[in-house]
Design a protein around this ligand. Structure first.
Ligand SMILES: *[C@@H]1O[C@H](CO)[C@@H](O)[C@H](O)[C@H]1NC(C)=O
Ligand SMILES: *[C@@H]1O[C@H](CO)[C@@H](O)[C@H](O)[C@H]1NC(C)=O
Ligand SMILES: *[C@@H]1O[C@H](CO)[C@@H](O)[C@H](O)[C@H]1NC(C)=O
Length: 380
């Protein structure tokens, strides 16, 4: 569902420099929300914490309690590029993109009742940005389409604090700076903007809590995934600059943004006397565990054609108008919203809960959180 806030957000982002985004994939209502994570917890059902997933799916019907899905499957505990390409629909609005994108859910923590209520959001917007020295606009050789089978993440669900001084420039620090937010307030663009990778805001965001992240845009050219995510790297300036040695392939840079409707809960807390009451599904009251996952399901030829031909400064492809790119087919929100699958994990994740789904006790750090599974969950 495209809410008014979602539209005004584009204007805000344009003002804050994201305007050069060269095309956008809008993902509307999520396809499924459940504890499945083929990137961080491959083969594990359920995975550690709840994600909202915007993705494509095959023409199969998953019942709420099927056996664990293995191998070439739909979005499930494992990932297979060809299976994803066989998808019949996608909850995102570009037909050639059958990728998965996902991120943890946000909950309002009622500290008196000790309950957790799911916060709605206005959908995921993914910006595909041509950035860095490898791009032709910076006289580079040109960016490459994602290789079939590529998976990657940004952020770390265990993190509860910053470890590096802002601007230090190491890959670890760039990864911290890659998770960002804007607290959207009423009236023009007035709000709080954090591009330095700091945790949560401290006040109500009347027009929404806009969580953002940058994906790495440099690839080692060999590995489709490594568990430490070191097959990909950030640009030296995160949003521009060079790829580090050992990462010869420049990719389009993905930038995610999700706007959470935190204002729905404004009458349930008082920012002048209480701290921010929203927590991520990771059991994180700090905000530092914000992360996103990607698994590639693109039509490689279409994506490469779009990269090579739809960045013309003399027409609308140069200003992020996806519809102007003849290699991409923009579908409608109603088509995307009709794409749904049933969760594999049979548990309630929406509404008001007495605990976060899975074993995700609140851990506020500053040390990294202990990641529990259902099997080793400490009794509370
Ligand atoms: C980010 O950190 C730099 C360096 O400390 C500072 O100059 C800048 O104002 C910070 N930006 C934001 C949005 O917090
Ligand atoms: C990115 O860096 C290049 C090379 O330094 C520079 O020419 C270009 O203007 C930068 N792009 C942006 C958007 O800042
Ligand atoms: C979650 O529950 C709320 C309140 O009942 C409802 O408005 C919303 O549509 C639900 N979201 C999903 C994704 O099921």
């Amino acid at each position: 569902m495209l809410r008014p806030a979602f539209v005004s957000l584009l204007a805000i982002l344009s003002a804050s420099g994201v305007a050069n985004a060269w095309f956008r994939v809008a993902c509307t209502d999520p396809l499924v929300q459940e504890r499945i994570d083929p990137v961080l917890n491959p083969g594990q059902n359920p995975s550690q914490h709840v994600h909202t997933v915007s993705l494509s799916h095959r023409p199969i019907t998953l019942t709420p309690t099927p056996p664990q899905v293995e191998g070439a499957s739909n979005f499930g505990p494992t990932y297979d590029y060809n299976t994803l390409r066989a998808s019949s629909c996608t909850s995102c609005e570009v037909a050639q993109d059958l990728s998965n994108y996902w991120y943890p859910k946000l909950y309002f923590h009622d500290r008196t009742a000790n309950t957790f209520t799911a916060v709605d959001n206005g959908g995921l917007l993914v910006y595909y940005q041509n950035r860095g020295d490898d791009d032709v606009s910076n006289n580079g050789p040109g960016l490459k389409a994602f290789p079939p089978g590529l998976q990657m993440i940004t952020g770390n669900p265990a993190r509860r604090s910053k470890k590096y001084p802002v601007g230090e420039g190491s890959q670890g620090e760039l990864g911290e700076r890659a998770i960002q937010w804007a607290c959207l307030r009423y009236g023009s663009n007035v709000g709080y903007d954090n591009t330095n990778g700091t945790g949560f805001p401290w006040t109500d965001c009347e027009s929404g809590f806009n969580a953002r992240l940058h994906m790495p845009a440099c690839w080692d050219g060999v590995n489709l995934y490594k568990t430490d995510n070191s097959h990909v790297a950030y640009l030296s300036e995160l949003d521009n600059g060079s790829c580090p040695p050992g990462y010869p392939v420049g990719l389009m840079k993905l930038f995610y943004e999700i706007t959470w409707n935190v204002h729905d809960f404004a009458d349930q807390w008082d920012p002048s006397t209480e701290s921010w009451p929203f927590v991520y599904a990771t059991g994180d009251p700090t905000g530092y565990s914000w992360h996103g996952d990607f698994q590639n399901g693109w039509d490689t030829t279409a994506l490469q054609n779009a990269i090579d031909n739809c960045n013309n400064p003399n027409d609308e492809t140069g200003s992020g108008v996806t519809e102007a790119c003849s290699y991409l087919t923009v579908t409608s929100a109603s088509v995307a919203n009709a794409c749904k699958i049933n969760p594999i994990v049979n548990e309630q994740v929406n509404g008001t809960l007495t605990k976060l789904p899975g074993c995700n006790p609140l851990q506020s750090g500053p040390a990294d959180a202990t990641m529990y599974t259902d099997a080793n969950c400490p009794s509370s």
